[in-house]
Design a protein around this ligand. Structure first.
Ligand SMILES: NC(=O)c1ccc[n+]([C@@H]2O[C@H](COP(=O)([O-])OP(=O)(O)OC[C@H]3O[C@@H](n4cnc5c(N)ncnc54)[C@H](OP(=O)(O)O)[C@@H]3O)[C@@H](O)[C@H]2O)c1
Length: 303
């Protein structure tokens, strides 16, 4: 496969699939598209993409097939009946999915003679094709290397290894931090609004703590300690953080807010204190996260 203007098939034309198609067309790649709701392809067809009349026609248009769908079931819904056309092709699935189904999909593709690469796009559709865009990939390294120049049109490719689920897990790991952060932003905003502060005033203050967070010791140093199983409690002990977590639960309760998120956070710290490690760093909460034996009890205790 030479990647210079290599033909690409794009299946799935939600916001992300459309943005990737536009980027590929702009880079000079011939792109064939198929989407369940055909009208969602009108924009990319006007920009130069060829519209396939069926999923099979889309598959047969080229040997590199990108999928941008809600989940992997959508891939099976679309391609299940056309699996005979998979042989010799490379599927790059850029849709979100859990690790078990991801492995199942790789085995399904292999059984039909297709190579399978998993992708996790880390930017919103508006950033696709820009310098700031990146995507994680996992799967067979020889296959990835062959298609890397084409994938680089979407954003900087970051290859994580042969373990097929790695790109999914990296996507989910980062989105977990992001989604938890968004929920905590809203919880914090609600807390301040219970005392009359509007969100426009509250949010700039709240965001400030995120910028200060690396000062807890520096992300790299924290990572080294966690890998070494060391949790030095010189600056921010689990007991101190847990007491704060308790105050957040109390304040949220007094304000009549939902307690699920603050209680979950408090449960992490209670577990450390119950284990007699309260004077360790707050990073010690990772033990309870990794070994949730007593998580239910801790949650009950936090309630
Ligand atoms: N949008 C973002 O900012 C962003 C950022 C990073 C990663 N992602 C990931 O990229 C993927 C696509 O995102 P998106 O925003 O483009 O999603 P979307 O708007 O939900 O698009 C989903 C696509 O999947 C198709 N689809 C869903 N179920 C189907 C089924 N059973 N049969 C056939 N087609 C089906 C839809 O077809 P119809 O048009 O016919 O409904 C559409 O083409 C997702 O996995 C998402 O997690 C998105």
């Amino acid at each position: 496969m030479t990647n210079d203007k290599h033909p690409v098939t794009m299946i799935g034309l939600g916001p992300m699939g459309q943005a990737m198609t536009h980027a590929l067309l702009k880079a000079g790649h011939p792109v064939t598209v198929w989407n369940r709701t055909a009208s969602r392809g009108d924009g990319v067809v006007a920009a130069g993409a060829a519209r396939a009349e069926s999923p099979e026609q889309a598959l047969r248009a080229g040997d590199l097939v990108l999928l941008s769908l809600t989940d992997y079931q959508a891939m099976w819904d679309i391609l299940g009946e056309h699996a005979d056309a998979l042989a010799g092709r490379t599927l790059v699935n850029l849709s979100s999915e859990g690790p078990a189904k991801t492995r199942e999909a790789a085995a399904w593709a292999a059984a039909h003679g297709a190579a399978f690469i998993v992708g996790g796009v880390m930017v919103p559709e508006s950033m696709i094709g820009t310098e700031a865009a990146s995507a994680y990939y996992s799967g067979p390294s020889d296959v990835f290397e062959r298609i890397e120049p084409t994938l680089s049109v979407i954003g900087t490719p970051r290859y994580l290894g042969e373990e097929i689920s790695l790109a999914q897990l990296m996507y989910q790991a980062q989105l977990h931090v992001f989604l938890t952060g968004l929920s905590s932003l809203m919880q914090a905003t609600a807390l301040l609004s219970s005392a009359g502060m509007p969100a426009t005033d509250a949010l700039p203050h709240i965001i400030g703590i995120l910028r200060a967070t690396p000062e807890l010791g520096g992300v790299e140093a924290i990572g080294e300690d966690i890998d070494a199983g060391i949790h030095p409690g010189e600056t921010a002990t689990a007991t101190m953080m847990g007491a704060t977590a308790e105050h957040i639960v109390q304040a949220s309760e007094e304000a009549g807010l939902d307690l699920a998120l603050p209680r979950a956070v408090l449960a992490h710290y209670r577990r450390v204190v119950d284990d007699g490690k309260g004077q360790d760093s707050w990073t010690r909460i990772i033990d309870g996260i990794r070994n949730p034996r007593f998580a239910a009890e801790a949650e009950d205790a936090a309630a």
